[in-house]
Design a protein around this ligand. Structure first.
Ligand code: IDC
Length: 343
C-alpha cells in the first residue's frame, strides 16, 4: 500500500517535471523573433506572420559575396546595432563577375551565412543575383540545381526566404522570360519546402509591375520584387506600386538605396525618407543596399576606416571587437537612424 502511494507520487512528480520542461521550452522558442513569427504568409497584398498578424521585414543586403567576406560577428552587429530582422545574401551568378556559374564553391559560403543568420534569429534571403546576365533563363539549369539543394537543406526552417532572380533586365520580358522561369523554379523549391516565401524579380530591373499584373503567377506565398534608388526612382514608381497592391498582389523591396541607381554619388535623403514612410504605411518589407567598405556612397561602411581588414597573408581578420557605430559612412548613419526609429 505504502509502496503504491510512493510510486504514485513519483509518477505525478515526473509528469509535473515533464510539463514544466515542455512549457519552458515552448515559451523559450516562442520568445525568439522567428520563433514567434514562423512561416510568413502572403494574403492578398499583405505579408503576415504565422498567426495572421502583419509583419514588416527590414534589413540590409550583403554586397557580392564573391567579393566581400562577412563573419557571424558582422551579422550580429547588424542585428544589435542596426536592428535588422532580415539579412540578404547577394550571390552573383554570372561568370564575368566571378559568380556562381564560374565559382560554384561560393555556395558553401552562402550556406555558412544562412546558418549564421538562423543562429542569430533573423530571416534570411538567399538571392540568386542575376544582373549583367539579364535573363534568368541563361543559367536556369544551375538555378534549379542550386535551389533544389538549398530548399532541401532548409526545408523545415522558416527563416529562409528564396529570391529566385535579382534583376531581370529590360532585354527580357515577363511573359516569355521571367514568368516561365519562375514557373520552373518555384515548384523545385516548393517540392522541398511547401510553406516557403518566394520573392520573384520583375522586368526592367524590378520596376515593371504592369506586365506582371496582366498575367500574375498562379502560386501562393509569392511576393514580387521592386527595387528603388531614391535618386532615380520617385513618385511614378510608387504610383505603379499602388495600382499593383490595389489589385491584390504583394510587393517586397528586396533592394533599395538613397543614391542614384549606380549606388554612388550624392545621397537623396529626403526622397528616401518619403519612400520609407510609404513602405511603412503599406507595410512593405525592405532591404537596404548594401554593407560593404567599397568607395561608393551607398555602402554603409566608411571606406576610409578599416572595419574589414586582412593580414599580410590575405587572411580576413574578424572585426569582432569593433563597434559598427564607429565605422558607418554617411548613408550608414542615415540607415542606422531609420532602422533604430522602429521600436
Ligand atoms: C552594384 C554594386 C557595385 C558593383 C556593381 C557590379 O553596388 O559596387 O560594381 O553592382 O555589377 C542594382 C543591383 C546591384 C548593384 C546596384 C547598384 O541589383 O547589384 O550593385 N543596383 O548599381 N540594381 C540597381 C542598383
Amino acid at each position: 500500500m505504502k509502496k503504491n502511494i510512493i510510486l504514485t507520487i513519483i509518477v505525478l512528480l515526473l509528469i509535473l517535471l515533464g510539463s514544466v520542461a515542455y512549457f519552458t521550452s515552448r515559451n523559450k522558442k516562442d520568445s525568439t523573433f522567428v520563433g514567434k513569427n514562423g512561416w510568413l504568409v502572403v494574403d492578398g497584398s499583405n505579408l503576415l506572420n504565422s498567426s495572421g498578424e502583419p509583419i514588416q521585414l527590414r534589413g540590409i543586403s550583403s554586397h557580392g559575396i564573391q567579393w566581400y567576406q562577412y563573419s557571424k560577428s558582422t551579422i550580429k552587429a547588424l542585428k544589435d546595432t542596426m536592428k535588422i530582422n532580415v539579412f540578404r545574401i547577394a550571390m552573383w551568378t554570372d561568370p564575368n563577375h566571378n559568380g556562381y556559374v564560374k565559382n560554384p564553391g561560393i555556395k558553401d559560403y552562402a550556406i555558412e551565412l544562412i546558418d549564421y543568420a538562423i543562429e542569430l534569429d533573423l530571416y534570411v534571403i538567399i538571392d540568386w543575383h542575376i544582373l549583367e546576365d539579364d535573363n534568368p533563363n541563361t543559367y536556369k539549369e544551375e538555378a534549379k540545381e542550386f535551389f533544389d539543394e538549398i530548399s532541401n537543406k532548409y526545408k523545415n526552417v522558416p527563416n529562409v526566404i528564396y529570391e529566385i532572380c535579382n534583376e531581370p533586365s529590360g532585354t527580357t520580358n515577363w511573359k516569355e522570360g521571367v514568368k516561365p522561369y519562375a514557373e520552373e523554379i518555384i515548384p523545385v523549391i516548393r517540392k522541398n519546402s511547401p510553406k516557403s516565401l518566394i520573392i520573384v524579380g520583375t522586368p526592367e530591373w524590378c520596376r515593371d509591375l504592369n506586365e506582371v499584373l496582366a498575367s500574375p503567377l498562379d502560386y501562393k506565398n509569392i511576393v514580387y520584387a521592386v527595387h528603388f534608388y531614391s535618386g532615380s526612382n520617385k513618385q511614378e514608381l510608387r504610383d505603379v506600386m499602388d495600382n499593383f497592391l490595389d489589385n491584390g498582389l504583394a510587393i517586397f523591396v528586396s533592394e533599395c538605396g538613397m543614391t542614384n541607381y549606380m549606388a554612388d554619388g550624392p545621397l537623396y535623403i529626403d526622397e528616401f525618407e518619403t519612400w520609407i514612410k510609404y513602405l511603412d504605411q503599406k507595410n512593405i518589407s525592405w532591404v537596404y543596399w548594401s554593407i560593404a567598405m567599397k568607395d561608393e556612397t551607398s555602402s554603409i561602411l566608411d571606406p576610409n576606416k578599416d572595419y574589414f581588414k586582412w593580414d599580410i597573408y590575405g587572411n580576413f581578420i574578424d572585426p569582432e571587437d569593433k563597434d559598427l557605430n564607429d565605422y558607418l559612412s554617411e548613408s550608414g548613419k542615415e540607415i542606422h537612424k531609420i532602422l533604430n526609429s522602429y521600436q
